[in-house]
Design a protein around this ligand. Structure first.
Ligand SMILES: Cc1cc2nc3c(=O)[nH]c(=O)nc-3n(C[C@H](O)[C@H](O)[C@H](O)COP(=O)(O)OP(=O)(O)OC[C@H]3O[C@@H](n4cnc5c(N)ncnc54)[C@H](O)[C@@H]3O)c2cc1C
Length: 398
């Protein structure tokens, strides 16, 4: 017989979606508890490049798509959080680069100028004159064009740390293999247990477990939500004084996916990590590590012939993006969640879109007349006795 305790909302998964929602829900007066199967951020969130972007990347096909419009307002919202005036105070979080750039070799210059000069994009991108190039491009030994986008890059470890710090007493580590849901007489889920003699009752269960959402959907026997996975194989290289590089590099075909997307991440031992995504990572799925690293090495030498990569340590990271299922398997345009019975399955689709996901979930709770009811002091005390606290993961290259 499990001893019962109760809270308003149980969140599963402590990536960006679960931690952001934990903050929004608790700040709105709900009692909410987050249960994490492994370590906070250790799946997609810390593997992400941390680019908070306004969707111009999605306009590279030549038109401003629904995906571009859905995301355009998000960078300003995040910036307010980092300045301490937004919906969550993230003023303790580090921004890695306040600007994100688009770089193209000299041969595409006129094409890029025509594209960025198009009416739909006017005022959203700024050409950077050569004398204002950031340090990395100021050293360029080849000609090229640089545009500043309204995007920026955040340090995801500090983002997770700040989101966790505010409500760390409400996050716990569970053994997901022992999860079981209890149902009321109408068959509706009303409690969860995990084999430690405690049953946690709640008004709503929100699945923010990324790739783990499908297991939770199956365990809860839900029929409406379903997820899809889109694999990537990222490459990273680590060396002292690589320099700060934050840029999409555009190839000749101007496809939706840049040839290369680079972010720079400082490590505790004082080196720089360049984290490489874009077309390289999409085409790299299924490619052997040594072969993909060789491709990355050649691409970097082609794009940035002035850099010296001798002595760099290289690695690959195969990771799935987990999203709500789209009929044709394509990436959903926005953040998505699906409501069924007392459950909500949620996917932000992108780090950037998480604030929009949280808005939607809070509106859904309101629409379903789920009001804050429970005082979770007793529940938190019981959970603290039976579960270890959730702890934060570290980036894979550390
Ligand atoms: C390589 C890569 C680069 C990216 N770059 C960007 C970018 O630059 N900008 C951007 O906006 N987006 C980017 N994204 C997308 C972004 O990272 C994801 O959309 C976002 O991190 C998803 O967050 P999440 O909280 O839903 O899932 P996750 O971060 O995957 O977190 C899910 C959590 O749930 C836990 N879990 C799993 N199963 C269970 C269970 N049964 N019970 C409890 N917990 C469970 C996991 O351990 C994990 O901690 C990138 C994604 C990838 C893969």
């Amino acid at each position: 017989m499990n001893s019962p305790c109760s809270t308003d909302i149980v969140l599963f998964g402590g990536g960006i979606a679960g931690l952001w929602l934990l903050n929004r829900l608790r700040d709105a007066g709900y009692s909410a508890v987050l249960l994490e199967a492994d370590s906070l951020g250790g799946a997609q969130t810390l593997a992400s490049q941390g680019i908070i972007h306004g969707g111009l990347k999605y306009a590279l096909g030549g038109s401003v798509t629904d995906a571009a419009n859905a995301i355009a307002q998000l960078p300003a919202r995040w910036r307010a959080c980092f300045e301490g005036s937004g919906e969550i105070d993230l003023s303790g979080c580090e921004v890695l680069s306040d600007t994100y750039y688009m770089w193209s070799g000299a041969s595409y210059r006129s094409k890029l100028k025509a594209f960025f000069g198009s009416k739909s994009l006017q005022g959203r991108v700024t050409p950077v004159p050569r004398e204002d190039f950031p340090a990395f491009f100021a050293d360029a030994t080849v000609g090229g064009s640089l545009y500043a986008l309204p995007d920026f890059a955040v340090d995801t470890p500090s983002l997770l740390r700040e989101l966790h710090r505010r409500h760390s007493g409400a996050t716990f580590k569970i053994d997901a293999a022992n999860l079981a849901f209890d149902r009321d007489t109408d068959g509706k889920l009303n409690a969860v247990s995990w084999g430690t003699g405690v049953s946690l009752q709640a008004q709503r269960f929100i699945f923010c477990a990324g790739k783990g959402n499908q297991d939770l959907i199956d365990l809860a026997r839900l029929s409406k939500p379903a997820s899809q996975l889109r694999p990537l194989k990222m490459v990273w290289l680590k060396k002292a004084a690589l320099g700060a590089l934050y840029a999409h590099c555009i190839g000749e075909d101007f496809s939706m996916t840049p040839r290369l997307t680079v972010t720079t991440h400082p490590t505790p031992d004082g080196r720089d990590v360049w984290y490489l995504g874009g077309e390289l990572a999409e085409a790299g799925v299924g490619v052997a590590d040594h072969e993909l690293i060789e491709r990355a090495r050649c691409l970097l030498a082609d794009l940035f012939p002035w850099i010296d990569l001798a002595g760099a340590k290289w690695g690959c990271l195969a990771i799935d993006r987990a999203e709500a299922k789209n009929a044709d398997g394509s990436r959903p345009d926005g953040a998505l969640f699906v409501e069924e019975s007392s459950c909500i399955a949620a996917w932000p689709t992108k780090l950037t879109l998480t604030p929009a996901l949280a808005d939607g979930v809070l509106e859904a709770l309101n629409r379903q007349a789920i009001a804050p009811l429970a005082d979770d002091t007793a529940a938190l005390s019981t959970l603290t006795q039976h579960l270890p606290p959730a702890t934060q993961a570290t980036p894979r290259w550390e």
